[in-house]
Design a protein around this ligand. Structure first.
Ligand SMILES: NC(=O)c1ccc[n+]([C@@H]2O[C@H](COP(=O)([O-])OP(=O)(O)OC[C@H]3O[C@@H](n4cnc5c(N)ncnc54)[C@H](OP(=O)(O)O)[C@@H]3O)[C@@H](O)[C@H]2O)c1
Length: 391
């Protein structure tokens, strides 16, 4: 059988690297045709030597030139910038893995779906800001999105093509992050280093901070609404510190189906690449439930984790609010990572951005981009004011 051709957006990131680990274990079934990275030229060069793609892309032309001089491979086509991402996402591949972080993933997703591709989808921010547009594109060009995020892969398996009216609710689980047991006053003054110490998952910096604020779960609630066509009222978030049950679906007849497995992204990545097939797991990652011993569940605390509450409010309001939520969060997280604000100011910036937003119903990509841009500018202004207070 012909090997499936894979393009990876964000190949040098956490999702991208783990996708390549999975592909290395299944060389008879897949070939890597395209890789898009940001700035990590050295790692991209190593990935190219190992996986031999035809097309690659980097953020700008000087990085592309640097890569060219390292590799001296005339057969390799090197692109850069937005055009590079667009080219890789619409190249002659069967599956595009979207492991980009933030709203940067929107245009390449549109490009892949407009070419009828299957997208193995980790980049939740894109669905948060443009879920309706993405659904229209899938209908129009017959592409598809297969979730890759562990919670949505879990839900995908539990739903298993069940009728929509049979689903009572979806239960998304969250580890609770590093501050699960901390008092509100401790969380407010948490440092960047403390926020980056995730108790159960090793991930990129942005999602790790989002997990500490619980915004990650809020984004996932909105992502689930789009992926599974449900209302936010049909979602619940449970804190589950063991991170073994990745999510569950409760049906109208009282049955709950949950998906359990090791805390390792290679499992959902393998699922997403092979769906609807299943393949023998090539890694020693089978979950020993006896050694896990117990599974605990807690209600999330909106007082200590206001970002999750903000996300639920936005899920209810809809319109352009999710775009503002996401943009303000991206700006605020970036500022925490640069140590320009304290941890508690992430929620302040998002809440202030939402409060002053005049909502509209975005219909086109251009409108979404403009709202995103305006929201970033406003959040940046807010962050400048916070900086002045801190100085
Ligand atoms: N990590 C996980 O375990 C996990 C689990 C579930 C869902 N997700 C979701 O998956 C997405 C990716 O997360 P991650 O943790 O893998 O992020 P990450 O480790 O920060 O990786 C981001 C990737 O995007 C690339 N990139 C950044 N700016 C770029 C640009 N301008 N052009 C092209 N590429 C650019 C980076 O390249 P360089 O490094 O070369 O600059 C890197 O390859 C997020 O939406 C996250 O919420 C992640």
């Amino acid at each position: 059988m012909r090997r499936k051709k894979i393009a990876i957006l964000g190949s040098t990131g956490s999702i991208g690297r783990q996708t390549l680990d999975v592909l290395s274990a299944f060389k008879d079934d897949f070939e890597v045709i395209g890789l898009a990275a940001g700035k990590n030229v050295q790692l991209l060069a190593e990935q190219i030597k190992e996986h031999n793609p035809r097309f690659v892309s980097l953020t700008d032309s000087s990085l592309a030139q640097e890569l060219k001089s390292i590799l001296k491979n005339p057969a390799l086509e090197i692109f850069w910038g937005d055009m590079g991402l667009e080219f890789i996402s619409s190249c002659s591949c069967d599956i595009v893995v979207n492991g980009l972080v933030g709203s940067l993933g929107l245009k390449p997703t549109i490009s892949a779906l407009s070419h009828g591709k299957r997208v193995a989808f980790a980049n939740k921010e894109t669905l948060v800001i443009a879920g309706n547009l993405i659904k229209d594109l899938i209908d129009r060009y017959h592409g598809e999105i297969i979730p890759l995020d562990s919670e949505h892969v879990a839900i995908h398996q539990c739903v298993n093509n069940a009728k929509k009216e049979d689903i009572k609710r979806i239960i998304l689980t969250a580890s609770g992050g590093p501050f699960r047991t901390w008092a509100k006053s401790q969380i407010q003054s948490a440092t960047k280093e403390q926020a980056l110490k995730h108790p159960t998952w090793v991930m990129g910096q942005k999602i790790t901070i989002d997990s500490a604020t619980l915004m990650n779960k809020g984004l996932e609630v909105i992502e689930a609404m789009h992926l599974f066509d449900i209302s936010h009222k049909q979602t619940d978030v449970f804190i589950h510190p063991q991170s073994i049950m990745h999510s569950a679906v409760e049906f109208v007849d009282g049955n709950i189906i949950a998906q359990l497995g090791a805390t390792d992204m290679k499992l959902p990545i393998q699922y997403s690449l092979y769906y609807p097939e299943r393949k023998q797991l090539p890694f020693n990652l089978f979950c020993d439930l006896l050694s896990v011993g117990k599974l605990e569940f807690e209600k999330p605390d909106y007082e200590r984790f206001p970002c999750l509450k903000l996300a639920y409010e936005v899920a209810e309001k809809g319109k352009s609010y999710p775009i503002v939520l996401n943009a303000a969060n991206e700006i605020a997280v970036d500022m925490l990572l640069k140590e320009q604000i304290s941890f508690d100011k992430i929620a302040t910036i998002i809440s202030d951005s939402l409060e002053t937003h005049v909502a509209c119903e975005p219909k086109s990509l251009e409108e979404i981009i403009q709202i995103d841009k305006d929201a970033r500018n406003k959040a940046t202004e807010l962050k400048k004011r916070i900086k002045q207070v801190m100085a």
